[in-house]
Design a protein around this ligand. Sequence first.
Ligand SMILES: [Zn+2]
Length: 339
Amino acid sequence: MHFSPRIYSAGLMMVLAFFLIGSGRPPHGTSTAPTVHLPKTVSVKDFARKYGFTDVKVSKEQVHLKGRVHELIFSKHSRRAELNGTVVWLNDAMVVEERQWVLSQTDVQLTLKPLLVPAELLKGCGYQVVVLDAGHGGEDGGAVSPTGLLEKQVVLDITNRVRALLMAEGYKVYVTRHNDRFLELAERPRRAEKWNADVFVSIHANSGGASAVGTETFALSLPGYPSTNQSAGSAVPKDSNPGNLFNQANVSLAYAIHHALVHQNQLTDRGLRRARFAVLKNAPCPAALVEVGFLSHAQEGAKLAKAETRAALSLSIATGIDNYLRTVKKAVISADIAE
Ligand SMILES: [Zn+2]
């Protein structure tokens, strides 16, 4: 199936068009983006009612929503939110409009809805083929720990463990590299395309200042929106990338992995973030990039040097991918029955 990514000129309406197109395999013959007229913001009260949050409490710093299944906490005038104890960075801050707390429609449709009701949105996705991408390799060592351990070694070990775990669950799993070799960034999503990937997960370890610590998972940034780490005032690309065809599935996948990682390993939670990494931009399917921890941090680097830590992280990444794929499978089967 071929669907050429289109270049759009303007921000919000174009971003919203993606949720109408859907997050799964793009439909045949989609040649024009549908015109949508939705309000730019949604009051937190209306949002809570629509998604089954029966309890709404406003404290000094936050707005807390609680329902039968989910708990969601928004920080006032901030992009920081927490879903079921896991940090999620929004595209827009929750702000006050006409004396009400409001969220942007973009975040409701393309960040929160895919996390709260993923089954509704994943009907068009696949659930069998996993492509794992161990970052760096060969002459590109990646991040370095204070003791000289290289990112390329750590992430290859984790990737091979995740592969074994998912194969044992019956998935078809490919890896972009299974040994210490250099691979161009562009080649990685290209391989995923060749193998008809249903998900693409790139695995990395981070590098930063001596005190930087914790785990973060990335989904591709939305066109017209800055990446989470982008400094204020720098240019925001408006163009859509091939990976933006899967906006809703991207965030569901990234959250599933991040939630499992953070909660099963007591990690510092740096949140589900957005970035325009090359492998995410060109992914031919729903994709996420995991930074398991800071190799550059003395304690975290020492932890990543231990096989037992890498085994635990691998189990969580595999669990997250498996949870996402099970959700897709359920959604596809129930859609088939309904037809
Ligand atoms: Zn890396």
